[in-house]
Design a protein around this ligand. Structure first.
Ligand code: GN1
Ligand code: MG
Length: 355
């Protein structure tokens, strides 16, 4: 199936192997070995990303900006096809893109110690900082309304009125949790109406596996720029809080294992504010913990809405998979809220020390 793709990128010779790579839910990824060179090949999910050329545009625009202004920054530029395109379209397989594999780099799936959280937060913060002079309005929208919480709430309400009756019945407790936490939506409305929350170049997918690490587990750069779009810092910071603080992921079925690890929170504060203390406004800094609540709540809504709509977006590996994922996220939200006062002190003390 991949042969036409190899031909399009002129890497057919000596293909040693193409092995599935990474753990994303949306795109398919392979690592390709071709004699001396290694590549990362991705099949873009065209049901989700309707305009893959918009992704290519954004990568080129920001990539060229970074190469010009910060030549030392490692930015993974896509490999061109033999026709000088960034993306290859195959009738059978859809859209593909190829990136060089960065030697002596690796990705991590689970945040195993606070240093990793620090490195990742430092990399995402650095990315935002280096691109603060780039006009985010130039970026194309690759996924409309992706982190628009009003839209996600509306999607949930639609699922609630049109979704599977039996699933709605089974989800009563979580449906109630959606409404109990609606203040998160109210806060979001205030944020988008407030010009002190800047529209920035936003990655929108800051999970640890989207950071490249070197052999000493130092962060090298961020990858996976599919959802690079104009947005708010609460998206990037929030998804780090959502995915690095707990020792278990959104897949965990035993909710008693979900926890907020304070030392990981401190690592994120140091990594992220270490890069962005002069860039973020006071209003933005005051929403540090809110960012986590925002992303956790949105992910809970998305999993729950998908469950009610019979798993059309995320798919499921077992019967109540998306209900479990939603329950997991609501538990995480509760634990974060419970620890808010303690965590806020770490944000405040960073500011006292460095501001
Ligand atoms: C999806 O494909 P993946 O795993 O990188 C989703 C994210 C969710 C995540 C939850 C385009 O990301 O928004 O946070 O699943 N990406 C898209 O695991 O919907
Ligand atoms: Mg992704």
């Amino acid at each position: 199936m991949l042969q036409p793709v190899f031909d399009a990128f002129a890497i057919s010779q000596n293909i040693k192997n193409a092995t599935p790579f990474g753990s994303g839910l949306i795109n398919h990824t392979w690592k390709i070995n071709n004699g001396n060179n290694a590549f990362i090949l991705q099949q873009i999910n065209n049901n989700v990303f309707r305009h893959p050329e918009a992704i290519a545009f954004n990568i080129n625009a920001t990539g060229h900006y970074l190469q010009k202004h910060f030549p030392a920054y490692l930015f993974v530029m896509p490999v061109k096809t033999v026709f000088n395109n960034d993306i290859f379209f195959d009738n059978a397989g859809g859209y593909f893109r190829l990136m060089p594999f960065i030697e002596n780099s690796h990705t991590i799936d689970v945040v195993q110690d606070p240093d990793m959280a620090y490195e990742a937060a430092n990399q995402f913060g650095k990315f935002t900082r280096l691109l603060s002079g780039f006009d985010a309005g130039l970026l194309k929208i690759t996924l409309p309304d992706f982190h628009n919480l009003l839209f996600r709430f509306k999607q949930f309400e639609e699922a609630l009125s049109q979704g599977s009756a039996s699933r709605i019945e089974q989800s009563q407790t979580l449906i109630q949790a959606v409404f109990e936490n609606k203040n998160i939506l109210d806060e979001y409305e205030k944020i988008i109406a407030n010009p002190r929350f800047k529209i920035r170049v936003t990655h929108h997918d800051t999970k640890i596996s989207n950071v490249l690490f070197d052999d000493h587990d130092k962060g090298l750069c961020v990858i996976d720029l599919d959802t690079l779009m104009p947005g708010y810092f609460i998206s990037d910071l929030g998804d780090m809080l959502r995915t690095y603080l707990s020792p278990v992921s959104e897949e965990e079925e035993d909710f008693s294992k979900i926890d907020i690890r304070e030392e990981y929170f401190v690592a994120i504060v140091n990594g992220y504010l270490g890069q962005l203390q002069d860039e973020l406004t006071d209003e933005e800094k005051a929403s540090f913990i809110y960012a986590g609540k925002f992303m956790i709540y949105m992910q809970a809504l998305r999993f729950l809405a998908d469950y009610l709509a019979n798993d059309i977006y995320y798919g499921s590996k077992y019967q109540h998979h998306n209900l479990v994922r939603a329950g997991n996220q609501f538990t995480l939200l509760q634990k974060l809220t419970d620890k808010e006062a303690v965590l806020q002190r770490h944000v405040d003390s960073f500011r006292v020390n460095y501001d």
